[in-house]
Design a protein around this ligand. Structure first.
Ligand SMILES: Nc1ncnc2c1ncn2[C@@H]1O[C@H](COP(=O)(O)OP(=O)(O)OP(=O)(O)O)[C@@H](O)[C@H]1O
Ligand SMILES: [Mg+2]
Length: 414
């Protein structure tokens, strides 16, 4: 899979960009604050409908354009994508509209997705472009909060599994409704009779999510273990990926201890395709936690409380690993993602590497650049191309990024 052409309008510091992208490796270089990361972000956003950086989507709209005195401001991201099975035109629009009856300065914001120039639901945009993103801050996946690790599973899975994405979006709605009802009951307004309607929805959708996450983690763990053991630590370290789902069996929605979480994860991974059995267990757990949930006014068990961990020799890398061990494990995981996507789709994903090469030691750098050279298309950013070998630079297409413009360095003659 490759992007042959990218165009951006009013996206971040790009007022207007029309860019042809070649096969193979493209090295985007330039000084700080010129738009290198923004370009990768645009591609990532088209693939996942999420930004790795912005806390609010409005931040993606070019701020000068956003301040113009116009009733409607539109940002556009468009990619011409070429795959084994054909070409596609995918587009995301960011639309800021002045509210007619609102106070001055107030505006609404929405997004619109298009595939082959036809409007589609946002989630139907996903899967048309698949990427694996490498960031220096990726280690935070291990050290940060469970919500970041859930987000990682969701974004990665949504790129290849539309059914997962659909179930996830419906689950989140059902969860909101169930929680709202629980709060109403706490306040003496809602009726307990209605609760089973939402609980059943949570069970139906939640069991699909749990099963698919369990399968994903098993598959990607196998790849990551192999890479880590064989290539990165040369037989020194075995990493394991543990699924830690919140499916306790102690009757009040709390896990007794970490072993309890792990046991639930192992059970899910062994039974990931038995949605009936998963649904039964989730239903039982929700029933046991109901008293607790009614006290808190929130649903305390289910996939929205999931977590996972990478361990070496049984120890959680997020809590006990050295910085170098964490970096290696994350690199193994990300490289595994590439193989996992290719195995499932028959197409190599596009690799996006934002300033990661500078942070790696020789072995890890070699392994990553090897993956880059084997990919059909990779976009790398660097402030200093001098850190790459001449051999690497010779086979890459160089582009200079300067103040929201991108210039081809030299034409490679074939
Ligand atoms: N919504 C926006 N509208 C206009 N400019 C923006 C917007 N959001 C960010 N920028 C600006 O875009 C510029 C380029 O940012 P970017 O992160 O792409 O730089 P970079 O080339 O990756 O730099 P570095 O080498 O420091 O990582 C920054 O100066 C930033 O302030
Ligand atoms: Mg940057």
């Amino acid at each position: 899979m490759i992007i042959t052409h990218l165009s951006l309008t009013n996206f971040r510091n790009y007022g207007r960009l029309e860019l042809d992208l070649p096969l193979g490796t493209t090295l985007l270089h330039g000084n700080n604050a010129q738009g290198k990361t923004n370009l990768l972000e645009a591609v990532y956003y088209l693939a996942t409908s999420r930004s790795p950086h912005a806390s609010h989507e409005r931040q993606l709209l070019n701020w000068e354009a956003a301040q113009a005195d116009e009733p409607v401001i539109v940002g556009r991201l468009v990619a011409q994508v070429s795959t084994q099975t054909g070409d596609r035109h995918i587009e995301m629009r960011l639309i800021q509209e002045k509210q007619r009856n609102g106070r001055s300065g107030q505006s609404s914001f929405r997004r619109q997705a298009l595939v082959d120039r036809r409007k589609v639901r946002l989630m139907d945009l996903l899967g048309n472009l698949r990427v694996v993103l490498f960031l220096p801050e990726d280690v935070q996946l291990l050290t940060g909060s469970p919500s970041g690790r859930r987000r990682y599973m969701d974004i990665t899975l949504c790129q290849i599994d539309p059914a997962y994405c659909r179930a996830l979006s419906q689950y989140n709605k059902a969860l909101e409704q169930r929680n709202a009802l629980l709060r109403q009951i706490v306040e003496g307004q809602g009726s307990l009779d209605v609760l089973p309607i939402f609980t059943d929805k949570i069970v139906e959708l939640g069991s699909q999510i749990l099963g698919r996450r369990a399968a994903f983690l098993s598959n990607i763990a196998r790849e990551a273990q192999h890479i880590h053991y064989e290539a990165l630590t040369q037989g020194q370290e075995t990493i394991r990926m543990r699924y830690l789902p919140r499916l306790p069996q102690d009757g009040n929605g709390r896990n007794r201890d970490a072993a309890d979480l792990e046991a639930a994860g192992e059970w899910l991974q062994a039974n990931h395709d038995d949605t009936g059995a998963i649904a039964e267990r989730l239903a039982q757990t929700l029933a046991e936690a109901q008293r607790n949930d009614l006290g808190r006014g929130a649903t305390s068990v289910g996939p929205h409380r999931d977590d996972w961990a990478l361990t070496v020799n049984g120890r959680n890398l997020g809590s006990y690993g050295s910085r170098g061990q964490q970096r290696s494990a994350i690199l193994s995981l990300k490289l595994a993602e590439i193989n996992w996507m290719e195995n499932l789709t028959g197409d190599k994903p596009i690799l996006l590497l934002d300033e990661v090469v500078a942070e790696l030691d020789e072995r890890r750098r070699g392994l990553l650049l090897n993956a880059v050279q084997q990919s059909t298309q990779a976009l790398l950013t660097a402030t200093d191309p001098g850190m790459f070998t001449t051999q690497f630079l010779e086979q890459a297409t160089g582009m200079t990024v300067e103040n929201g413009r991108v210039r081809l360095d030299r034409q490679v003659e074939l």
